[in-house]
Design a protein around this ligand. Structure first.
Ligand code: G3P
Length: 214
């Protein structure tokens, strides 16, 4: 499974990139606003750090405008893909952009039917939001299973990004289900590294090593 980081924070992207495990980056308007940056500056900086797909969200509401905005975003760097929110206008824009060779990440996916339509329109990625389904009392990981089941029947090139990841168990679920990608916030990535028994084991080895040197 490919690992993307879900943030617009440049320092955090640099840090996780240094671990050697990072395959790409997703941003959204809320994450960019949190950093007090303008989207174009932000994704340009990210493209200088990470060699992999970077999602930048277009904010237009009409297909024609989405296509124009998408072209502008994609022109910033060859790794930039255009994030569009699931709706009819986005489907139309996805068809056009994908025909031009510009990759689209269809976001805010909450059903397998939405994912199917996005794939049919030519989306390179679909982003089902796991945590936001959990928030309303549905099991978000069920949606990952449904989308992977549907996609397995066909030859779509669309990759499934498990998004809205809230804890390490979501990451395990995405990997066990076979999602192509999980986009993971910084805090969850750091939690994935740690285990109390690992920390305890390291401390004991250091202690014993010091003793053996005496
Ligand atoms: O990638 C989508 C993600 O940013 C949404 O996460 O935690 O706001 O539901 P969240």
């Amino acid at each position: 499974m490919k690992i993307f980081i879900d943030t617009a924070n440049i320092e955090r992207i640099k840090e996780i990139n240094s671990w050697g495990i990072l395959d790409g980056v997703t941003t959204n308007p809320s994450l960019v606003a949190k950093e007090g940056m303008d989207l174009r500056t932000c994704v340009k900086q990210i493209s200088e750090i990470v060699d992999g797909p970077i999602s930048a969200e277009a904010m237009s509401m009409k297909a024609e405008d989405m296509v124009k905005e998408g072209r502008e975003l994609a022109a910033i760097h060859e790794n930039i893909n255009v994030k569009l929110p699931m709706c009819i206008e986005s489907l139309k824009a996805t068809k056009k952009l994908s025909e031009e060779g510009i990759k689209v990440n269809m976001t805010l996916i909450f059903s397998s039917q939405q994912a199917l339509l996005a794939a049919k329109a030519g989306a390179a990625f679909v982003s089902p939001f796991v945590g936001r389904l959990d928030d309303i009392g549905q099991d978000g990981t069920d949606l990952l299973v449904q989308i992977m089941d549907v996609f397995e029947n066909y030859d779509f090139d669309t990759e499934v990004i498990a998004a809205s990841i809230r804890h390490p168990i979501h990451v395990y679920a995405a990997a066990a289900i076979g999602c192509d990608i999980a986009t993971i916030p910084y805090d969850i990535l750091t939690k994935m590294v740690s285990h109390p028994k690992t920390d305890e084991g390291i401390a004991k080895f250091i202690e014993d090593y010091k003793k053996s040197k005496k």
